[in-house]
Ligand binder design. Sequence first.
Ligand code: PLP
Length: 405
Amino acid sequence: MRRLGQSAKLADVCYDIRGPVLQEAMRLERAGRRILKLNTGNPAAFGFEAPPEIVRDIQEALASAHGYGDAQGLPAARRAVVQHYETRGVGGLDIEDVYLGNGVSELIQMSMQALLDDGDEVLVPAPDYPLWTASVSLSGGRPVHYRCDEGADWFPDLADIEAKVTDRTKAIVLINPNNPTGAVYDEELLRGIVAVAARHQLVLCADEIYDKILYDGATHVPLASLAPDLLCLTFNGLSKAYRVCGYRAGWMAVSGPKAHAQEYLEGLTILANMRLCPNMPAQHAIATALGGRQSIEDLVLPGGRLLAQRDAAWQALGDIPGVSCVKPKGALYAFPRLDRSVHRIDDDRRFVLDLLRQEQILVVQGTGFNLPTPDHFRLVTLPGAEELTDAVARIGSFLATYRQN
Ligand code: PLP
């Protein structure tokens, strides 16, 4: 038979969060081992329940949501998204400016497919949530990584961004609150990003899926609220703040001037039409989620489970010699650094594979987030505080075997 290869389009496409190391974890599970999976931000796997009003809306919708709907999504849900952004300082939106999707993931891919010609460049943070880099590559574009500075709370380096703009640069991606670093950007930084985008006429892509998962009084400012004069794509959904990632409900709001972007928007509409419509039942919960009591606050405020877990993970990481971690201000992750003068680690994928085999703990290597150096890993802060403390202590003992004399 003729050998069936992979399409050349996938040559630079990589998504290590579910990569070969996860395959090995699944093999070990099939062999009867219990693996602590700290690799994906899936709250349901750690006993987080869906808000009951969301489940009820979806259940009630099921009987009548079995047909195709509007390709851009249910008008009532899109109206709720428009109203939500109005209260957050993003004006001028119409329901035609909102696209619903099967999670933010689908919309990220659509936004890049519609935007990029071969060789067009997109500025993407390093480290990033790797779907961004992968989607740019899959669309024929070239991801150009800008530096986020660990020494400055992982804030993006504006000078590095500016230096990397070329005449092929079309867009800049900002993930705030950030996955994997947990950084939450202040208004000054956001204004800096907007200024770079304005100088070079770049599309802003704001991935704000963790906008409600904030610790220690951090506040989230929507990027679009500071950029009324730029085309800004804001991505968000129910997966994280509402803990229903399996329902696959996300949205993208296109704000700012659109007269110059009509062809791009028509392209987006073609792609929306091609997928017929997003998953219908989940869309029925969007208005309820955005309009109701925000139950995530019970989890992130003092006394809340997510805050306690973030604290437990961060403290336990700080107890490991040769490990440091910038305290996450938002999202569901910790992204510790391994001091390579203390630990002999040249291949971080090898390190997470060995950790998996020896301790049955699955984390993701830093290079999986397009960080150039093999000296970080990411863990989710979703298990209970005790389990997290214990897991991090085991990671510490395992790391001791890598210690240089
Ligand atoms: N953006 C970021 C930064 C994420 O961390 C994730 C999921 O982990 C997504 C997007 C995808 O979310 P969704 O479940 O809406 O596809």
